[in-house]
Design a protein around this ligand. Structure first.
Ligand code: UDX
Length: 460
């Protein structure tokens, strides 16, 4: 199929690259021409493991065309995927102006009727607005557009795997032709006939995805309900962690046991600094806002948001308890991306933590394996180091803010010797507590068996 992807961000590039890997021909455009320049130079404007190779291969084979001309992208394609950003406005409502812009551009410039697919996360009813916007101009020019919702469930860091081996493909459609086109688009995944860029030597035997056909609003709601449920799970774990800390229970053990119940499942129960990133926080906000507009008080999600915000404050209290005065203290913050295996710092709780400590007068020495370029621009008030070892030199505390494997694999004896004081505060419960203690660290995690810094103050 000939498919245009409008929006060259995390969703657009993964979707476009993977659809090209499935054999389709892709036109990719964005109104940020810098991103397109980077793509044209054979690089990616984002870091997503494995994606550079997928897009380079597709470019070399002529199946991934980067164009600065949206009209070229629109006229060339039979289906257009809208992958633009929908950031939250001041009251939490999703800002859909980029979607509207794209709709008008399509309607004004298309030469024939097209299928327009919402891939960006949007509140329920956006599809209907999109249809209306397309109809306004399309009708005048004798064109009728069809609209579908096809939400993505891609986790940054493992997005290629999620695209190639999804558990479900949700299509919100209003007619059989649209469903047929979408089925055609995803046929290689449904029939499991494709060269997988994630497992080039053969995929593990994974079941084919569920093909779920619903209405456009149903598709939109499924996305919101999925992400909000994940947020609820994380906040639940963080709430129990708050209690576990007071009871002296080991939260990791508690959540492991809770997750052994298949009705609950063991994923997304890790407590820590809370959920961040460009999806969960804004989707929760937008869902609360949408519910409110429809007269439903989604109080449960509001509480999840509150619990999430408390995570950083509680952790800062812990740091303060361990260090006493923060002002003037040299603190190494390891990890700035909102989670490992990405360079994305949007709504990153890790970066937020570093900034809040800096605001309190701490001297922050920050390092992240992939997010440094973006962090240097977004947070010039922080000090940056080129390696974890450089960041920890003379530090009075090391904070693990993002659970990169690189940090687990550090030579912790060397880290201890470089530091002014061997103190580690693990915001993601990702280091082996007993090993850290036996190396001589004061080690504190989130409601783990070693979570009470009061002892550190006494020892110090
Ligand atoms: C999310 C959804 O998972 C994905 O399906 C959707 O399509 C896009 O949004 P992503 O934003 O990449 O993906 O991040 P995710 O893996 O969901 O993590 C979100 C945040 O929750 C991160 O900050 C992560 O650190 C945090 N998290 C996750 C926890 O604090 N504890 C957990 O147990 C899991």
């Amino acid at each position: 199929m000939k498919i245009s992807v409008i929006g060259a961000g995390y969703v657009g590039l993964v979707t476009g690259g993977c659809l090209a890997a499935l054999g389709h021909k892709i036109w990719c455009t964005d109104n940020d021409t810098h991103k397109l320049d980077v793509l044209e130079s054979g690089q990616l404007p984002i870091y997503e493991p494995g994606l550079d190779a997928v897009i380079l291969k597709a470019q070399a084979e002529g199946r991934f065309i980067v164009t600065k001309d949206p009209v070229e992208a629109i006229t060339a394609a039979e289906a257009i995927m809208i992958c633009v950003g929908t950031p939250p406005g001041p009251n939490g409502e999703a800002d859909l102006s980029a979607i509207e812009n794209v709709a008008y551009t399509i309607a004004r410039h298309a030469q024939s009727s097209k299928l327009v697919i919402e891939k960006s996360t949007v509140p329920a009813r956006t599809g209907q607005e999109l249809k209306r916007a397309l109809a306004v101009y399309g009708k005048k020019r004798g064109l009728a557009f069809r609209v579908a919702s096809n939400p993505e469930f891609l986790r940054e860091g493992t997005a290629l795997l999620d695209f190639m081996h999804p558990d479900r493909i949700v299509v919100g459609v209003e007619d059989d032709e649209t469903e047929r086109q979408l089925r055609e688009m995803y046929r290689p995944l449904l029939e499991q006939r494709f060269d997988c860029p994630v497992h080039p030597s053969g995929c593990p035997s994974l079941p084919p995805p569920h093909w779920m056909v619903t209405t456009i609003s149903g598709g939109e709601l499924i996305k919101h309900a999925s992400n909000s449920f994940l947020a609820l799970k994380i906040s639940y774990a963080n709430m129990v962690a708050e209690l576990a800390e007071k009871l002296g229970a080991d939260i990791d053990q508690v959540m492991r046991a809770v997750g052994m119940d298949p009705r609950i499942g063991n994923k997304f129960l890790n407590p820590g600094l809370g959920f961040g990133g460009f999806c969960l926080p804004k989707d929760v906000q937008a869902f609360i806002h949408l519910a409110g507009q429809l007269g439903v008080d989604f109080s449960m999600l509001k509480e999840a948001e509150k619990i999430n915000k408390r995570c950083i404050s509680r952790f800062i209290d812990k740091i303060r308890q361990a260090l006493w005065i923060l002002k003037g203290k040299r603190i190494a913050v390891l990890g700035l991306a909102f989670k490992p295996e990405t360079d994305d710092i949007r709504f990153s709780t890790s970066l937020d933590l570093a900034l809040r400590l800096a605001e309190e007068g701490a001297h922050i020495q920050a390092y992240d394996p992939e997010a440094m370029t973006k962090a240097r621009v977004a947070a010039p008030q922080l000090n940056f180091s080129d390696s974890a070892y450089e960041a920890v030199r003379d530090a009075e505390a090391v904070i693990i803010a993002t659970e990169w494997k690189e940090f687990r694999d550090l030579d912790w004896t060397r880290v201890r010797d470089l530091m002014a004081r061997p103190l580690v505060l693990d915001g993601r419960n990702c280091l082996p507590a007993a090993d850290m203690v036996s190396l001589g660290f004061d080690y504190y995690s989130v409601a783990g068996s070693h979570s009470q810094p009061a002892a550190a103050v006494e020892v110090a």
